[in-house]
Structure formats: C-alpha cells, structure tokens
Ligand binder design. Structure first.
Ligand code: ASP
Length: 352
C-alpha cells in the first residue's frame, strides 16, 4: 500500500513537472522579449509564381524590399520611433513603381489613380487614414498628419487634398503616379470584361493572372521600437478597375492596419472586401488579448481559418510586443521582409 502511494506520488510529481515545463515554453513566446526592436514589411500578396517571374524582376523586388526595410531598421537601431520607421520605410515603396502604392498605383475604371493609406500608433491607439486621394505624393505621410493634426481619423477625396495642402505636404500632378505597366493592366482587364475573346491558352493564363493580381499589390510595415512602442501602416492604390469611389481595407483601421502595444501590430494585403468583413487586423490583436493566443496562433487562425473559409485571399505581416514576427498568407506568394535587432534580414516572395 505504502509502495503504491509512493508510486502515485512520483507520477503526480512527474506529470506536474511536465505540465509546468510545457506551459512555460508556450508562454515563453508571449512573455519573453525576442527582440528589443524589429521591423516587418510586405509589398502585396497575390498570384506571384516563380514561373511567371523573370530573374531581373525578382531581383528588383528583392533589392527594393531590402532597401526599404533597412531604412526603417536604421531608424529603430538609432533609437528612433516606430512611427518614423514605418513612414520612412513605406515611403521607399510608395516611390517605387514596383508596388501598388504611390507611384505605380493601379488605375481605376476611369483611368485615374486613387490612393488609400492608414497608420496606427500602438501606444495611444491614435490613428489616421485617407481614402481616394489623387494628388498627394505620400499618402502614408498624409494619414499620419490626419492623426497628429486633425480631430479626425479618416479624410477622403478632395477634402483630404485640401487638408494636405494646408499642412504643407507635397502635392504632385496626378500623372506622377502613372506607370505604363499598370495602365496596360487596366486596358487588359477592360478588354477582357468587354469581350470574352477566344484567347489561346497562354494568353488566357496571362489574362487570368492579371485579373487575379488586379486585386493586390499594397505595401505595409509594422515596427517595434526600443521604447516598446508598436506602429503599423499600410498604403495602396486599391484594386485595378475599381469604380464608384470604391475603398478597400487598407485605410480601414482594424481591417488593413491595427496596432496596440499590449498585443501586436498588423498590416494586411489582399482582397479588401473580405478583409473588411473579417476585421482581419483587429481580430489578430483581439485573439491575443482575449484568448491569450501567441502571434503565430492568432495570425494562422485569422488567415488560414476565418478569412479562407469566407473565400478571402491575401495575407498579413504582424509583429508583437516582444518582437515576435509573423508572415501569413493564403495566396501563391507575398512580397515580404523582416529584420530583427541583431540585423538578421529575411526577404521572401514565394511560399517556402
Ligand atoms: N487590400 C487592397 C485593397 O483591397 C489591395 C491589396 O492589398 O493589394 O484595396
């Protein structure tokens, strides 16, 4: 009897210890600082396949992603704020014709470029956003100005431009945003819409990829600075051939962008309508706050379970208060990069 009791006690101690060590390794992710500062970016998700990509094009994307993230990383390393890191990093991508944001933005049905952007500060939960802007060089800068210099969270169209002028932001002729590649995409999509021509297989596949990708290409960034402040921002031209003043998720706080120092920061890219309906960015933060999920668990559930079940496509980059980072997407690829406090850089495009 005494031996049985001792054996039982031994088992209880054994399992007790095991549970404790399991819990502590799961909690490690949530409670231990992985990085004192860190930065993560995306340049859009979509039907990005190696077989459709030339070596030069791939190299151009990789180089620009690296250039952009290094700008933000240097700011963080030197003790700068996550806000500054996010804005400066996104501006590199806004100025590059490679991405669907700023110069290189996609075209609306009427042949204009209408830009959306948003920014959120995880410390104060302050936020700013703009939608349907046609002549402001840096929509992300304008989104931050809305946050810092107005009583509002979101401004749109001509009103947003008037505000930008009053605040001395750089105004450009709308032709600044023009790129031949995006203009041709619009023409192809319109042609496809008008006529269901009998294309040969190769052309059909090309048209198909173009139409699928017409919904993608946004840029976004999340940063954690040395003071523990998280900031997130997103900037886009929206979807090719959009009409009726369509606005996607990118300027919607909680869908395209969210940041909270208690949980994480998120920037989304994908088919905006689904991201709005799923409240993707806020849902990730909420799952961490209310269900004590890790960043990885929350991003996985929101993208691969909830968004996918709804029929949505796209992805997120996210970064939590301890510097854990997560890329999650359900498309063929997502232009993305991350850099930690040790300066370790990751640049990826396809699923790997
Ligand atoms: N989410 C953006 C939108 O729907 C598009 C994108 O991410 O590429 O406007």
């Amino acid at each position: 009897m005494k031996t049985q009791f001792l054996f039982l006690a031994f088992l209880m101690v054994l399992f007790g210890c095991k549970n404790e060590s399991q819990t502590s390794s799961e909690e490690k992710n949530i409670t231990t600082k992985q990085n004192e500062f860190a930065i993560i970016i995306h340049g859009g998700a979509g039907t990005i396949l190696k077989k459709n990509m030339s070596d030069e094009k791939e190299a151009a994307y990789r180089t620009k992603l690296e250039e952009a993230i290094k700008v933000g990383h240097a700011i963080l390393k030197n003790g700068g704020t996550s806000q500054e890191a996010v804005v400066k990093t996104i501006q590199v991508m806004e100025e590059s014709p490679l991405f669907n944001a700023g110069k290189g933005a996609v075209f609306t049905n009427s042949g204009t470029n209408e830009l959306d952007a948003s920014f959120m500060d995880g410390k104060t939960l302050n936020a700013g956003a703009v939608a349907g802007v046609k002549d402001v060089k840096s929509p992300i800068e304008l989104a931050v100005k809305v946050m810092t210099d107005s009583d509002h969270v979101m401004l749109s169209g001509d009103g947003a431009s008037i505000f930008a002028k009053e605040k001395g932001l750089e105004i450009v002729d709308p032709s600044y945003f023009y790129t031949e590649r995006r203009f041709k995409s619009l023409q192809r999509i319109k042609e496809k819409e008008k006529t269901e021509l009998d294309h040969d297989d190769k052309t059909a596949a090309f048209y198909d990829a173009d139409i699928k990708n017409s919904k993608f290409g946004t840029v976004g960034c999340v940063a954690l600075d040395k003071n523990g402040n998280i900031a997130a921002g997103t900037s886009t031209g929206g979807m090719t051939n959009k009409r009726w003043g369509r606005i996607g998720d990118a300027p919607i706080i909680g869908s395209g962008t969210y940041a909270n120092n208690l949980t994480c920061g998120v920037s989304s890219t994908g088919w905006g309508e689904y991201f709005i309906r799923s409240q993707v960015a806020y849902d990730i933060s909420a799952q961490m706050e209310y269900q004590q999920k890790t960043l990885k668990e929350a991003t996985t559930d929101v993208i691969h379970n909830k968004l996918t079940k709804l029929g949505g496509t796209g992805g997120v980059v996210a970064l939590d208060k301890n510097g854990n980072m997560s890329f999650e997407f359900n498309t063929a690829g997502m232009y993305r990069a991350s850099m930690n406090d040790k300066g370790e850089l990751t640049v990826k495009i396809y699923k790997e």
